[in-house]
Design a protein. Structure first.
Length: 115
């Protein structure tokens, strides 16, 4: 069974940086895209950034210019987060989307940005 293991979350002051990583426990085939989502307390889960197998990226307007998503050939996806703001505080989840096949989700990693 595939597991996605996230790391890199933590507590940081506003203006600081964090780098999240999400590694799959085994190779995943038929990937449509990989991405990061986040969920703040009392809010719905929202898209942060995605990257396709071809390298095309998409970002939420709220993080454009501050966050960068990337991936390597081993089914690991990264999220470099710069200029963090208190409103970025949330649990961040990685996702592997496979179109008509089952998607995979990580367990989430907490990011807290203090003002």
């Amino acid at each position: 069974q595939v597991q996605l293991v996230e790391s890199g979350g933590g507590l940081v002051q506003a203006g600081g940086s964090l780098r999240l990583s999400c590694a799959a426990s085994t190779r995943i085939f038929s990937i449509n895209y990989m991405g990061w989502y986040r969920q703040a307390p009392g809010k719905q889960r929202e898209l942060v950034a995605t990257i396709t197998s071809g390298g095309n990226t998409n970002y939420a307007d709220s993080v454009k210019g501050r966050f960068t998503i990337s991936r390597d050939n081993a089914n690991t996806v990264y999220l470099q987060m710069n200029s963090l703001k208190p409103e970025d505080t949330a649990v961040y989840y990685c996702k592997v989307a496979r179109g008509l096949l089952s998607d995979y989700w990580g367990q989430g990693t907490q990011v807290t940005v203090s003002s």
